[in-house]
Design a protein around this ligand. Structure first.
Ligand SMILES: [Zn+2]
Length: 530
């Protein structure tokens, strides 16, 4: 026997065999049972979600001589004829290849003739949105005066392209993406049927890669089985290669981590698999756009993108690591790859250049990110003020700080009044935000521990990235900070990086201030004795 592709082998033959689409199945079954069949149905949904299979199941059910609970019996004359795909009562067309009006007229001319055998003559038109305007007009005339034996099932991935006049004459059913769990369950059955071994992890991975489409999932499993009798995660990863959606997540994660080494390694992987740089640039731009939408409307996201809740959660999770401004500038970078291809020495270089720029933020983006952060802080401030007013948070007076170390003898600063310290620090931070966003960022992530006589002692936060202090200790950064302080103070200042003293910590009365530090960034808060 010739090998039959899994998705053909596992195509559901009746409503009971359908995986997912419970609402659609229940509604259609009820209609068959009650005999209230419409003349035209519109099945909407992304590819591989079961639109055509359901149309064929419906065709069998409405024609079955002995239906069981609204489902075809599979045994009567009508069922056997319709299952053999040779019945003249079930006609299937792909509008993508029949968009000329003549073809449509020819099809519609046959509508007047009654079914050869069963009760209904069923016309399935796939990708119906591809029909020309004339073809739609011809179809509309038929839908306006449907012969009693006529049943049209129009299937589309893009219902918004179907004219309203057609839509209003159809019963519409939306086919959602099938949850990965359910797809994995069907894959498990297919694996057992094919007599091969597969790990759960491998099936989960296939199910997720198929993004809610059963046909794609079974096709991927088919490819894996082609490689051997044991399907494990490693094999799935190799079969999917860089076309896997998880590759886009890995790539975006490397961008979010500002990790050029990983980004370049991933581009190398793409190239070795013979992928087209420009195509990938569009894919990653699309992925970043999804993240931007996930970030801005997380509640609406699953519906907008027609994603399962678990897939949507993955996007929303990744979006957390990236600011909206950064996402937008990264999208611009990857969208520009196409136009840069003309000037780049090679498409790969254009892609790498965009990816590296996306990794290494420019000062401009940082300023924009800063604006965003300030807006966020303002929101938190409003909340905090409310909470202080309502007494949920109390602000305690600070205990005296530990005594500062003696000023550097070789560089004794001119006296700067203690009163101005807070203002000087704030002004200096403002200067640094423009001149050295890196230093500003790291300083904001720590706290000003002490400020006296022009000597500013800054401490990293608990559990801070050890790199922050190291970065601020670099001579050029250190000089930049002292320069900003001097500019703000109008006098020479000293910047010192303090070590967190373990002994000093327990006595710090910071519990009431903790929230303030966390809200504003400790670097922006100075505790002064009255
Ligand atoms: Zn039957």
């Amino acid at each position: 026997m010739a090998y039959q592709a899994l998705y053909r082998q596992w195509r559901p033959m009746n409503f009971s065999e359908m995986v997912g689409q419970e609402l659609v199945v229940t509604a259609l079954r009820n209609q068959v049972q009650s005999g209230r069949i419409a003349h035209a149905y519109l099945f909407c949904g992304s590819r591989g979600t079961g639109k055509t299979s359901t149309a064929k199941i419906l065709a069998r059910a409405v024609n079955c001589e002995n239906p069981q609970d609204g489902d075809a019996c599979g045994e009567c004359e009508s069922c056997r004829r319709l299952q053999s795909d040779s019945s003249f009562d079930l006609l299937e067309y792909d509008a993508a290849s029949n968009s000329k009006v003549d073809d449509m007229r020819e099809i519609l001319e046959t509508v007047q003739y009654p079914p050869q055998f069963g009760r209904y003559k069923v016309y399935i038109i796939d990708e119906v949105h591809m029909l020309s305007a004339n073809a739609f007009n011809a179809l509309l005339k038929t839908l306006e005066e449907p012969p009693g034996h006529m049943l049209f099932v129009l299937a589309t991935t893009e219902p918004h392209k179907v004219p309203a006049t057609i839509l209003s004459r159809c019963q519409r059913y939306d086919f959602g993406r099938i949850p990965a769990e359910k797809i994995a369950g069907r894959l498990r059955e297919a694996v057992a049927g094919a007599g091969v071994e597969a790990t759960d992890g491998a099936l989960q991975r296939i199910a997720r890669a198929a993004e809610g489409g059963m046909r794609d999932a079974l096709s991927i499993l088919d490819m894996c089985i082609g490689y051997g009798q044991t399907v494990d995660e490693e094999l799935v990863r190799r079969v999917l290669g860089a076309s896997d959606r998880s590759f886009l997540f890995r790539f975006a994660e490397a961008l979010a981590n500002e990790d050029p080494a990983t980004v370049l390694a991933l581009i190398d992987e793409l190239m070795r698999e013979g992928r087209e740089p420009a195509v990938f640039a569009r894919e990653i731009a699309g992925h970043l756009r999804n993240l931007l939408i996930a970030k801005n409307c997380p509640d609406e996201f699953p519906r907008l993108m027609e994603l399962t809740a678990e897939d949507a959660a993955e996007y929303i999770g990744q979006a957390e690591a990236l600011s909206g401004t950064r996402l937008m500038s990264m999208i611009d970078l990857f969208m520009a790859v196409d136009s840069q291809l003309r000037f780049a020495a090679s498409p790969r270089i254009a892609l790498e250049s965009a990816a590296l720029h996306a990794c290494l933020r420019t000062g401009e983006e940082d300023t924009a990110a800063l604006v965003e952060r300030v807006a966020e802080l303002e929101k938190k401030l409003a909340v905090l003020q409310e909470r202080i007013a309502s007494g949920t948070v109390t602000v305690q007076k600070a205990e005296p700080r530990q005594a500062p170390a003696a000023p550097r003898e070789d560089n004794k600063p001119k006296p700067v009044g203690d009163k101005d310290m807070l203002k000087i620090w704030k002004d200096a931070m403002g200067i640094l935000a423009k001149s050295s966003p890196g230093a500003f960022g790291f300083l904001s992530a720590g706290r000003l521990a002490d400020a006296q006589n022009g000597r500013f002692t800054w401490e990293p936060k608990e559990n801070a990235n050890p790199f922050s202090a190291e970065y601020l200790r670099r001579p050029e950064q250190h000089a930049m900070i002292e320069k900003a302080l001097a500019e703000a103070a109008g006098a020479e200042c000293v910047f010192v990086i303090g070590e967190r003293s373990a002994a000093a910590q327990p006595t710090r009365p910071d519990d009431g201030l903790k929230e303030i530090y966390e809200t504003f960034g400790a670097g922006n808060v100075i505790v002064q004795e009255n």
